[in-house]
Design a binder for this molecule. Structure first.
Ligand SMILES: Cc1ncc(COP(=O)(O)O)c(C=O)c1O
Length: 375
């Protein structure tokens, strides 16, 4: 494929740096819960602008642990219908119930009006997801609503390393937030996640939960219903090295996005998601909305087969309430904005190491296919 949908990128220098760190772990025998994990936490917290960070083994556990700490058992958590299913699973595994909220198609995030309608006496809190790496400018309205109703606000920032709104980083708007280091993300360590918070109680409890609910590392005494959610030192070595490149990665993606922004103005059949004032996206995804009537599956197949262009995975192609696991509980039309968004958007390829001329080639290919599709 000439332009793959995504690529994992470690420079030769970073590959050597990772191997050095892993070599140190193998020599000193400290393979989990050691200095690299703590260093990753410290640097991540400093960058994100939070007091604390706790490294865990996935972005999913980075949601489930705070859900347990916030006490969602037998209570409702308001969750966007257009998110990755992990957001839902983390709430369910923590014993909570999920109530879906429709999206605001201009920002891909929660629609504050629908959010207000969905609050009940059983609501414990709200999860906002920074879809595609964009923090909604309505975040302050969402914060105010949570304060008014005494709800926790949690940010699933799995997509949003380094994203910001009005100079405030993703991860600093809620009572706590989670990040994912899955290979598709801007920063990866293979598998891993990070919880960030300013709340010492959340940090202290997260440390216990991630290590089988033990009261301390050296004692086999268990005070909480924890699990093995630890991050190994080997993963921390990879994540720490990659993370130090985050600002470079965002700069590179922003330059590619600018090429797409300019080029898409001249192409009919779709419009890019407009970035609202004050937002600094990390361009985890470059999202564009197809005009009604254009078949996304045909467009994707033709781009791949005729031009060797792989569009990146959607965020997301099917809303959570219409997933087979909920069969019979919801009907199409229940969350109309999320359903429409999921059905009609595409994500253009964007990755570290992609050239500006590659972005130009994607635009030309898209133009040719859309012209023939719209005839
Ligand atoms: C929005 C969102 N939440 C949570 C997760 C879960 O992260 P992980 O795969 O690291 O468990 C992902 C991962 O893709 C995600 O996209």
């Amino acid at each position: 494929m000439r332009i793959p949908p995504a690529k994992v990128y470690f420079s030769a220098e970073d590959q050597r740096a990772v191997l050095d760190l892993i070599g140190n772990c193998l020599s000193n025998g400290r393979l989990t819960m050691g200095a690299y994990g703590r260093q990753f936490e410290d640097e991540f917290a400093r960058y994100a602008g939070t007091r604390y960070a706790v490294a865990v083994n996935s972005g999913t556990s980075a949601i489930e642990i705070p859900m347990r700490i916030f006490g969602v058992r037998n209570r409702e958590v308001l969750v966007p219908a257009n998110t990755f299913f992990a957001t839902v699973l983390a709430v369910l595994h923590a014993g909570g119930r999920v109530r879906f909220v429709d999206c605001d198609p201009e920002t891909l995030s929660l629609d504050p009006e629908d959010l207000r309608r969905k609050v009940t006496p059983s609501t414990a809190g709200v999860i906002v997801v920074h879809i595609g790496g964009l923090v909604t400018p309505k975040i302050e309205e969402i914060q105010a609503l949570c304060r008014e109703h005494g709800l926790f606000l949690f940010e699933d920032a799995a997509h949003a390393h380094g994203s910001a709104y009005r100079g405030r980083m993703a991860g600093t708007f809620g009572d706590a937030a989670s990040f994912s280091f899955y290979p598709t993300k801007l920063v990866t360590c293979g598998e891993g996640g990070m919880i960030v918070t300013d709340d010492k109680r959340v940090r202290d409890e997260a440390l216990l939960y991630r290590d089988q609910g033990k009261v301390s590392f050296t004692q086999n005494r268990h005070g909480k219903l924890g699990y093995n959610w630890r991050m190994s030192e080997l993963h921390a070595a990879v994540g720490l090295t990659h993370f130090r490149r985050l600002e470079e990665f965002i700069a590179e993606r922003t330059a590619l996005a600018a090429v797409y922004d300019r080029g898409l103005r001249k192409i009919s059949g779709l419009r890019p998601l407009a970035i609202p004032d004050g937002c600094r996206p990390n361009y985890y995804k470059y999202v564009a909305l197809l005009d009604e009537g254009i078949s996304r599956s045909r467009l994707k197949a033709r781009l791949r087969e005729e031009y060797g262009v792989g569009l990146s995975g959607e965020v997301y192609e099917c809303p959570c309430h219409l997933q087979p696991i909920f069969a019979g509980r919801f009907r199409p039309g229940d969350l109309p904005a999320a359903e429409d968004l999921c059905a009609r958007h595409i994500c253009l390829p964007l990755y570290q190491g992609m050239g500006l001329d590659d972005a130009g080639y994607v635009l030309d290919s898209l133009d040719k296919v859309l012209r023939s599709e719209c005839k």
